[in-house]
Design a protein around this ligand. Structure first.
Ligand SMILES: [Zn+2]
Length: 288
């Protein structure tokens, strides 16, 4: 599988690569940016690049890159809580990092929605930053830096990720041409889709709902629909079809549609990184 084109700020990408080349990896990093800034993709890129055994950018073929693809790299912890990051999680983290990296020189702890730490967990987390373990780096992700505690901010390096422009979405959508042909093919021949999805069970293509249909659903129906999508392959295919739908039929200058397209691209990338399927799909459908 080739690495997806980077959609986050190229300036930040160069900065991150330089950090790796100079081997100056800080103990704490804050990546902040709204939906459409592809800040999660940036954090995943940085982690993979740092761990890659053959290159300063992810090669996708070495043992370390493959371990990341299989979500099994021993020096990577991903915190992605549903609601708040409670103090038990931070205590668990303290134990998990105390001996530092085991199979590489850097252990990365990626904390999504860092702004959801309770005051108690933020204070406990601050202690982790104040007593750093060699080779351990925390990456905090938040929509805005103002949502984090000033004492945490002052102990981290921060990088702001601007939102992507419609040009970048265009580039991305053009890469999706194969998805539209998949749709045409599977409407004609359901077996082809089944082959594509590499599954013996016929995929429930009849469960595909258009964006127009989804926009008519209330929150409850959207959540049930999100929960009915059985696996990541089908979810990814649906997201690609929705993206094509949005980008092909709506005004590309309109902020609402740009935001929806950006959200979809972000979910497609997130699904690639083995994030929680139901959580991703619920969040997506509720935000449309
Ligand atoms: Zn590699």
């Amino acid at each position: 599988m080739t690495e997806m084109k980077s959609l986050f700020s190229t300036k930040n990408k160069s900065y991150l690569i330089q950090m790796i080349e100079n081997n100056q990896i800080p103990n704490g990093l804050i990546f902040h940016g709204q939906v459409g800034s592809f800040v999660n993709q940036a954090a995943q890129f940085f982690t993979r690049a740092l761990h890659c055994e053959t290159s300063k950018t992810p090669c996708d073929t070495c043992n370390s890159c493959l371990a990341h693809t299989n979500n099994s790299h021993p020096d990577f912890i991903h915190i992605n809580e549903e609601k708040t990051i409670n103090i038990e999680k931070i205590r668990w983290l303290k134990e998990a990092v105390k001996y530092g990296p085991t199979s590489s020189n850097h252990m990365i702890i990626l904390i999504e929605n860092a702004q959801t730490m309770t005051p108690g967990s933020a204070n406990a987390f601050l202690k982790l930053l104040e007593e750093p373990v060699t080779g351990v780096t925390f990456i905090l992700i938040a929509p805005s830096i103002d949502m984090l505690m000033p004492t945490i901010i002052s102990r981290c390096q921060h990088l702001f990720f601007p939102q992507s422009s419609s040009d970048k979405i265009n580039t991305y959508v053009n890469l999706l041409d194969d998805a539209s042909s998949i749709k045409e093919q599977c409407l004609e021949n359901i077996d082809l889709l089944s082959q594509y999805l590499d599954t013996k069970i016929l995929p429930p293509m009849d469960t595909y709902r258009s964006i127009a249909d989804i926009l008519k659903m209330d929150a409850f129906d959207r959540i049930s629909y999100a929960q009915s999508i059985p696996d990541k392959q089908l979810a990814t295919l649906f997201c690609k079809l929705w993206l094509k739908d949005i980008w092909g039929t709506h005004n590309k200058e309109e902020k609402t549609w740009i935001l929806r397209a950006e959200k979809l691209i972000e979910i497609i990338l997130n699904l690639k990184y083995n994030l929680n399927l139901k959580l991703q799909m619920e969040g997506l459908l509720l935000s449309l």
